[in-house]
Write a protein that binds this ligand. Sequence first.
Ligand code: SAH
Length: 378
Amino acid sequence: MISVTAQANSASASKPNLLDLDRQGLEAFFADIGEKTFRASQVVKWIHQKGVTDFQQMTNISQALRDHLQASTVIHMPEVVYDATSSDGTRKWLLQLDDGNRIESVYIPEDDRGTLCVSSQVGCALDCSFCSTGRRGFNRNLSTAEIIAQVWLATRLIDEEKKPGRKVTNVVLMGMGEPLLNFDNVVRAVRLMMDDFAYGLSKRRVTVSTAGVVPAIDRLGDLLDMRLAVSLHATDDALRDSLVPLNRKYPLRELMAACRRFIDKQSARSRITFEYVLLDGVNDSEQHAKQLVQLTKGIPTLVNLIPFNPFAGSGYSTSPRKRVQRFYEVLAEAGINTVVRRTRGDDIDAACGQLVGMIEDKSRRHRRFEEPRIGMQT
Ligand code: SAH
């Protein structure tokens, strides 16, 4: 095992955590202490590319600067408190933060890639009716360090498996939380994911998924060239109001207009992924599929159909296979790129909407402290 916990335990709350800084931030940090700004690229490389968290191993940095960094800063990660691999190869980690909150990250291997699903908040405030994360309330935003540490840890822990082909090639911010309600920390973390001195993921391999925070979609488009996924789930406002309450604030017409503006700002060949959870008898008719075709007209689109992952007390059930097939066909016949997401990691509760961590709910909705469901077989 890599020894991040020793480092973590000795961290002091008052010292800056270098994981909170992207390269721009580190440049400012070094400028402040009278150092050359190229130190930022060196340190980013040591930490994120080489996985080195011991300053004394950063050999292209002078001894004096190493000592200074060691004395005045930390490189501090959450602690891995649970690590399980599903029978289908999906791997899930439960990470404990300094304040005792717990978050989850999931690694999903496929033939041609390995996708890491990253959390952006402890819990979620949006309360989408079909999502078990949302049902458990909201506690706080994750720091940039807590977001990028998920990538740092997964990269190293997957590497340790020494299995050919298993590596993090894609990152999706589709874990716990609404990334666009934690805008600045998410943007800094995404910059690191895409930085050639850090993880060097291309703009097609980093995806932010949002329930539709319209002003933040605009700001994101201004700042970054990257993938956007929008959790649509309904094609009219009345239904979407009930599934995704955020729709009352930013209704479909505004959301789709924001998607168009986002695409216009991106480099060529960009497209938006629309996620659509199929709920039996709620949003899964042929008529709904046809409306989806109309709604996405003129937007380069990939539709991601997600079979609902049921959980106790949700009040919804999964659409029958035949209806999923019909929904898919309507979209495909209209020339829309469509994929049906396979449910992965079911046996370790790693599937969509099942990332519940352990949340001390700060919203008024629920006041309770939940144990994670970690019963599993590997
Ligand atoms: N808040 C962001 C990202 C987190 S949710 C967003 O809404 O996009 C990641 C995806 O999982 C979303 O599309 C969400 O709607 C979906 N999801 C949530 N609960 C689900 C469930 N029970 N079954 C299937 N998908 C679910």
